[in-house]
Design a protein around this ligand. Structure first.
Ligand code: ADP
Ligand code: MG
Length: 248
């Protein structure tokens, strides 16, 4: 399949009051259409910085980022940042309101997503009624509402407890696949990355370089929870764990 995004020699230097912080040394990888890519690396190595640059929230210091077309991007953060005083539906419509694009069709599309993904009974409820996993699903639907081509997920599940996390990664994965999206997910959870991804980009500690890129080939690959039981899973886990070189 064709590359929809090529990142070459991306570098980032932050200028702060205390001096310069080099977050990214040189990061290169490509992303294919409908691919699910994970970026793993030690805490503080520059993972979120890559997504911020891709989303246009930060300037790069060097390198090239080429999108093959004029793609739109949706960004989903760790903190679901739902507004407690807006209903689930109104939270999901926020992006459309901001873009001045709240048409009848778009609103119907959002309602359809909420119904399809198990939130039918909560459309007019407030976020406080929802479990952590449901809140993340709402946050994903809010991100999907503007119909982005590429989804950026930054530690989207990491605020949840282990059980909810497994369940919501399954949900999020299914939604992304069914809606035919391309996804770039940042996580520090190796198992989460292996269970969800087509490829994994492993970064070094800061300033980040790409240490390795893994193609995740699992026999009988299905959903994330199922994939954790595939026979190749632990081999990838051990290799990536070694790449990350975590000293404890
Ligand atoms: P990760 O997501 O891998 O944990 P980040 O991309 O958030 O890492 O940060 C990489 C490094 O860049 C860290 O040392 C962080 O403190 C620094 N950093 C991130 N954003 C800024 C900023 N806006 N200004 C200054 N330094 C920053
Ligand atoms: Mg981060």
């Amino acid at each position: 399949m064709n590359n929809i995004l090529t990142i070459h020699d991306l570098g980032k230097l932050f200028h702060t009051q205390d001096g310069e912080i080099k977050a990214l040394e040189s990061v290169s990888f490509d992303v294919k259409e409908k691919e699910f890519i994970s970026i793993v690396g030690p805490s503080g190595c520059g993972k979120s910085t890559i997504l911020s640059i891709l989303a246009g929230l930060e300037e790069k210091s060097k390198g090239e980022i080429n999108f093959s077309k004029n793609y739109t991007i949706g960004y989903m953060l760790q903190n679901d940042s739902l507004f407690e005083w807006r209903t689930v539906l109104d939270n999901c419509l926020l992006g459309l309101e901001i873009n001045n694009n709240l048409t009848k069709e778009n609103k119907e599309y959002v309602i359809k997503l909420l119904k399809t993904y198990g939130l039918e009974d909560f459309i007019y409820e407030y976020p406080s009624r929802l479990s952590g996993g449901m809140r993340q699903r709402v946050a994903l639907i809010r991100t999907l509402a503007t119909k982005p081509d590429i989804l950026l997920l930054d530690e989207a599940m990491s605020a949840l407890d282990y059980q909810s996390r497994l369940a919501i990664s399954d949900d999020i994965y299914k939604i992304i696949k069914q809606e035919g999206k391309t996804a770039i997910m940042v996580t520090h959870d190796i198992a989460e990355a292996i269970s969800m991804s087509d490829r994994i980009v492993v970064l070094s500690k800061r300033p980040a370089i790409v240490k390795k890129i893994y193609n995740i080939n699992l026999t009988d690959k299905k959903t994330p929870i199922h994939n954790r039981k595939c026979k190749e899973f632990s081999k990838y886990y051990d290799e990536i764990w070694r790449d990350l070189d975590v000293h404890i």
